[in-house]
Design a protein around this ligand. Structure first.
Ligand code: 8Y7
Length: 270
């Protein structure tokens, strides 16, 4: 299902009322479907939909609210789009229902650590997993950040989670690992992780990254508004792909697809 020989773009479809970069634009189901179809037309190979914001400081939503937001949308996207649908969730019930509705990938910023989450995803024998590293929880993750060696600690965490997956029968050819830029990391941590991204490629089927519009770019470019962060996001996506990243999760699908096309040409050269 997923061709892992080339880097691909995962387009973000936020359906949370408080998602930081596109606000409440895509709450309406028809608008969300339109937006998703546009992303596919622009070259997205995966559409990632999430019903719980994980931006710094955000608060959890109830299981029922997340189910109500996400599952009907997954059903519509699966029916109407030609690409695999990914669901950004941590909750076992949402994982189960999303897979039943036809989602092919579960993207969990809590790395399948909530009780029952791993069992939920293991129950489907062809689902892909994206395991993301986060220090702390969204409500407090940017407050007390501490690492002795961020690259080593993130690597060890992801390696342990991949091992735990194997104990429930999930082989690593279905797993993507993601260092979780901005999830309990300061600018220096994020830069070290990006600079050393190639060290994560031996862990699983592929490395995924989410960079677009994040505050690390804002800080580097002195760009407070997200619209000023595109060029920085593309530069970082190129650096990630150069080091073997396979999934680039982004709001800026059209531009990122083009950036990856030129990166892929360079990577394919003699
Ligand atoms: C990431 C993510 C977010 C990321 C993966 C945002 C859901 C914040 N960031 N998933 N999710 N990687 N795999 O800026 O970096 O979109 S939420």
């Amino acid at each position: 299902m997923l061709d892992l020989t080339q880097p691909v773009v995962m387009g973000i479809l936020n359906i949370t009322p408080d998602s930081f970069s596109d606000g409440s634009l895509y709450l309406n189901a028809n608008e969300a479907l339109n937006r998703a179809a546009i992303m596919v037309a622009e070259g997205a190979s995966i559409v990632d939909i999430g019903g719980e914001s994980t931006r710094p400081g955000s608060l959890p939503v109830s299981v029922q609210e997340e189910l109500d937001r996400v599952i009907p949308m997954v059903e519509r996207l699966v029916c109407n789009l030609s690409v695999p649908i990914s669901v950004d969730t941590s909750k076992p019930d949402v994982i189960c229902e999303a897979l039943k509705a036809g989602a092919r990938l579960i993207n969990d910023v809590r790395a399948f650590q909530l009780p029952g989450a791993l069992e939920a995803v293991a129950s489907s024998n062809n689902a892909y997993l994206c395991i993301v590293h986060m220090q702390g929880q969204p409500e407090n993750m940017q407050m007390e950040i501490q690492y002795a060696n961020v690259v080593k600690e993130v690597y060890t965490f992801l390696a342990e989670r991949v091992e735990v997956c194997e104990t429930v029968g999930i082989r690593n050819n279905r797993i993507f690992v993601d260092p979780g830029f901005g999830f309990g990391k300061n600018l220096a941590h994020n830069l070290s992780l990006l600079k050393n991204l190639n060290s994560f490629t031996d862990l699983a089927a592929g490395v995924a990254v989410g960079i677009s519009r994040k505050s690390m770019i804002g800080t580097l470019l002195d760009a407070s508004s997200v619209s000023e962060r595109l060029s920085g996001g593309l530069a970082m996506a190129a650096l990630a792909v150069w080091q073997g990243a396979r999934i680039i999760r982004t709001h800026d699908v059209r531009e990122t697809v083009k950036a990856l096309r030129v990166c892929t040409a360079v990577l394919a050269a003699e």
